[in-house]
Design a protein around this ligand. Sequence first.
Ligand code: GUN
Length: 282
Amino acid sequence: MARILDGKALASQVRQNLKERVAEGIQVGLPQPGLATVLVGDDPASHVYVKFKRRACDEVGFQNFHIELPADTTQGELLSKIDELNTNPEVHGILVQLPLPKGLDEAAVLQAVSPLKDADGFHPMNQGALMQGKQSLRPCTPLGIMSLIEASGVDLNGKKAVVVGRSNIVGKPIALMLLEKHATVSICHSRTADLAAEVRAADVLIAAVGRAHLVQGQWIKEGAVVIDVGINRLEDGSLTGDVDFEKASERASWITPVPGGVGPMTIAMLLSNTLDAAWGNK
Ligand code: GUN
């Protein structure tokens, strides 16, 4: 039976540590870290995620600047808000919640955020730095996944890691971070010829596609580490991951639950990035 990689508990420890560092830093005259959350439109899931992010800011003693804009906001209006945040010295991190409403150019918006304040690690300059193995602000979900794997005590050196999903937010950056830790990495996607065969070979599996139970339990290699990034809502309203948790747990050595696995770690890493952006310890 797999052991649970408890993201909720680990994230709580990370937040506690950040809270102590913030209190100590402010005592010695460092500025209070500030995170701006930008939410455009009415996507219900995005509203929930941003609420959690704002609450986490409060908990660790950050300032939160919240900008909420209607779905019919123009590209120019959004860019001018981002420009204000870029030049506001109290704002150290800027997060534009995705997805943006139709009609807005996501790539242009992400590029408009100052790379020095890019708490999400989505700016092309930060993504390029990651590709070259340089220090930079890195995407939060992959950072959270790496912390979870580290907490499991599993050494990635020489292991076969399989990433299912090729997004700029999770799939591509986590593949680079696993590679940096000397795993042999495959990236699978909707055109992969035999997904089951790829997954069967994985010592470490990262599932990040957003399709409920796409990964079957019997595909999991005995003893594998299974990280499930998917958050899918079922018809009965419950949340489930991309992996069939029950069956996969019988074969994996470690597995993340949904909810309570990767999600809380993403938010903890967002705070950590904001602190780094504020105090320059990158
Ligand atoms: N939408 C889904 N995941 C994320 C994330 O990590 N950051 C932002 N800003 N939007 C998202």
